[in-house]
Every structure is written in structure tokens, then in C-alpha cells.
Design a protein around this ligand. Sequence first.
Ligand SMILES: Cc1ncc(COP(=O)(O)O)c(C=O)c1O
Length: 284
Amino acid sequence: MQSRVNINSVITPPEDAKISVLDHGLLFGDSIYEVLRTYEGKPFLFSRHFARLEHSAAGIGLQLPWTKPETLEQVHRTLIPGECRIRLVITRGVGEANPNTETCSDSAAIIIVVPLTSPEESIYQNGANVVISSVRRSGRYADIKTGSLIHQVLALREAKSKGAFEAILLTADNNLSDGITSNIYLVHNGVILTPSHDAGIVEGITRAVVLDLAQKMGIRVSEGLFHVTQIKRADEMFLTSTGREVVPITRVDGKPVGNGRPGPIATRLLEAYRAAIPSLLQED
Ligand SMILES: Cc1ncc(COP(=O)(O)O)c(C=O)c1O
């Protein structure tokens, strides 16, 4: 099915979707975004994504053009048959070709809906190969999802050049932060260790669900600062994101993690996550 784009409530095929070259989203990355997916054709955990969008908007002083019900209605209007990946972008809007936001007119709302592509099932069975990125996570605006994504772009270029599935970005102090577009977890002696807010992470929607499931399953979770050298001692590792759910990490920079096979905790959490989807779909 053809992808569809909604710009300010006008829906077109992608090739007809145009915004001005003077939009500050294009010129300065002055925009915010969310990436959602559907299960059974329904946008998943929309309220949680909208809350994070509001957090991002507040972080850069941007007025959202649509209310929450209006945004959901526009997302529904834009969906295509089958499971969808939905990129919701709000830009600062059209202004002068300088970074002065006072020159901008109304912000623009963009919804890009494409068919969802999920990782191959073999990734879940065999685990993913990731690398440590040479790109660092920058602290202050880390938890605001803005369109200034050059760090992610460069980290992904580097990861792809090494044939890696994902890259782990470190803080300036060599602590683990996030993947390029995922949250990262170590397991040591049965305890899940995951970088906390202080490590400059994006507070993943999937992360919150998975940590909640872990606690319900009686698995201890420790959030904090974890040095990159702790990977050597990890029994297992995994990552989470909206599109990839829970993916075991079995190699980092070519070296096996633990015994080099997907670990029992990642495997149990993936099963628990998939089992929880029907009830999570009941959330707005
Ligand atoms: C830096 C970063 N960390 C984590 C995530 C995972 O977040 P979520 O589970 O909400 O998809 C993302 C998603 O794009 C991200 O960009």
C-alpha cells in the first residue's frame, strides 16, 4: 500500500507532500517528533506518545497546533491498510532564513504513514550485533525529541558501515546512554541494569512498559549510570523500541555478550511484551 502524508490536515501521496524551504524545521531542525506504530490497525499507546510530544514541545517552547483528540483524529485519517509506522512531526513553521523564531508563522503538523517493517524473526532468535558509536549523546536536550538529529544520522551511517544492527551511544564520561533509536539494558546476576535519565536517554515508551513487566515478573531493575566496561561482565543485553519491541543483543563490537546467545531475561521479556499488547491496546 502506498504511504500517505498529512500536512496540516491535507492528505496526499508522499510525492505530492510539500513544505516551504523557509520552514524552520528544514532550516534549523527546529521541530519535534514522535514515532508510533499500530497493532491490529490501532495506534499503540497514543496517549503516552502524545504526553512525550507535549514534553518535547514545552522543552523548545513550541505551541502544538492540534489538541490531543484532533491529533488522534488526524492520525486515524492518515492510516493505510495493514500495520503502520507513523511519524508525527511538528515544525516551528515558515519564517525568515535566520534562527529567530519570532519571524515564524504557524507551526506545521506533518504525519507520515508508511507500511511497518519489523526486524526479521532471526534477529529475535539469534540476537543483534551492535557497535559502540564514536558519536556521543549530548546531555541537555537529550530527552527532547527534536528534529536536530545529525548525531543519530552520523551514528547510523557509522553503524551501517560496520554492518551493525544498532549502535550504543555513550555519555562524555563513557557511561552507556541510548541506542541510536532504542533504549539499552544489561543483565548482571539476574538484575536488569539500564541507563537512567541522568545518562541522557530518551524515556522510551517501550522501556516504561518493559520495566513495568520486569517488576511484575519479580525481576530486579536498577536504573543508573553504567560504565561501558560493564558490558564485559554482562550475562546478557537487550534493547527496546516501539518498532523493534525487545531485541536481544548478542555481540558488541564483534565480541560475544555472555555466552553469545539471546539471554533468558530478554527472551522472557519479549514474550511478556507481546502477550501484553492486547491489554495495552485498550489504553487510549
Ligand atoms: C534516542 C532514543 N532512545 C530510545 C528510543 C525508544 O523509544 P520508544 O520505546 O518510545 O520507541 C528512541 C525512539 O526513537 C530514541 O530515539
